[in-house]
Write a protein of this length. Structure first.
Length: 343
């Protein structure tokens, strides 16, 4: 088993491994897999030393939580940290209503935004049932911007639920945290701008930032990450492969921000690949390790569809990378100069 470093979330007692596991792939994102394959992936993660698993009701309309719950039922509950999310709730739908979307063969439910106290308590109760547990270690307010930031050129505040989240959702989670029902309170979203506002408005333990601090995007390092370090807010990085292109490279059909990558992104990735090749470093290794090197980042949580992918992620995350690679990426303008060479 690979030994992975662990660090606390915020100022609390909960500790997460530096490499975790995201579960969108286990919810059939882009392509379906069966329950046994999902369980094998979770087993491989645990056996490899990963002790942090992130999920959410919106992933496969409850399918990810259900699969994690079935797996968790045969594990020592205290041996793994589980995070899930609230605010993006589920309502039952008929088979006739189920159609398309990112997740194949999702459960018969549809996500909808509701940040009210009643919705949060109901969502948490439903998550606990699917997860087959009496507690969740970490809870994040999910997509209070309705994921607007993944749409090119859209104002990150175009669809803001910041006020409802702080006035209705946050007090409930803060109360549950004070009672010891949940261990850590956070916000999980793609956009970094609104996270700056959350950092100033509440006492948060962590932020799950998806896709906005990667080899392709570092704007968040100018404002958000220093603020989190100053306030003791742990940062968990989701989507380190930028929805796929930093894993596949600049190939035909490569995905960026959940859609086919455009020519500018493809060209930038080709340039990053060229630097990696000069240093004999796999692109995926650089993509996984880059965010983890920032002092504000506590854990990186790539998804994985198979046991082999989990084992590959571990190898890539722990592979040696020469400092000259980061320096060259800065010199080539491929890493924001405000970040510098990660240390």
């Amino acid at each position: 088993m690979q030994t992975l470093e662990s660090a606390p979330i915020g100022s609390g007692a909960r500790q997460v491994t530096a490499l975790g596991l995201g579960t969108t792939a286990l919810a059939n994102m882009y392509a379906a897999l069966d329950d046994d394959a999902a369980a094998a992936t979770l087993d491989a993660a645990f056996d490899a030393g990963i002790r942090y698993i992130d999920t959410a009701p919106a992933y496969g309309s409850g399918l990810a939580e259900q699969r994690v719950g079935a797996w968790l039922a045969r594990r020592d509950r205290d041996s793994v940290v589980i995070s899930t999310k609230v605010g993006n709730s589920l309502r039952p739908i008929s088979a006739e209503e189920a159609a398309g979307g990112l997740f194949e063969n999702a459960l018969l439910a549809a996500p909808y935004m509701d940040f009210s106290r009643d919705a949060i308590l109901r969502s948490l109760e439903e998550s606990l049932s699917r997860l087959q547990t009496d507690r969740v270690d970490m809870i994040a307010i999910h997509d209070p911007d309705e994921a607007a930031s993944i749409e090119p050129g859209v104002d990150p505040y175009a669809r803001s639920h910041f006020r409802e989240a702080m006035e209705e959702t946050y007090p409930v989670l803060d109360e549950l945290r004070s009672q010891g029902v949940i261990g850590a309170v956070g916000v999980g979203m793609n956009g970094w701008e609104m996270l700056v506002d959350f950092a100033k408005a509440g006492d948060f333990d962590y932020f799950l930032l998806a896709g906005r601090y990667t080899l392709l995007e570092q704007e968040s390092a100018r404002t958000l990450l220093p603020l989190c370090a100053e306030r003791g807010i742990s940062v968990v990085i989701g989507g380190p492969y930028s929805s796929g292109i930093l894993a596949t490279g600049a190939v035909e059909g490569a995905r960026f921000n959940y859609a086919p990558a455009g020519p500018d992104v493809l060209e930038r990735v080709r340039r990053i690949e060229a630097v990696c090749a000069r240093h004999a470093v796999p692109l995926r290794a650089a993509a996984l390790q880059f965010p983890a090197r920032h002092p504000a980042v506590t854990s990186v949580i790539p998804g994985a569809r198979t046991a082999d992918e989990v084992r590959e992620n571990i190898e890539l995350f722990t592979a040696p990378i020469p400092g000259d690679l980061w320096s060259e990426l800065v010199a080539e303008g491929l890493i924001d100069a405000s970040v510098g060479s990660p240390v």
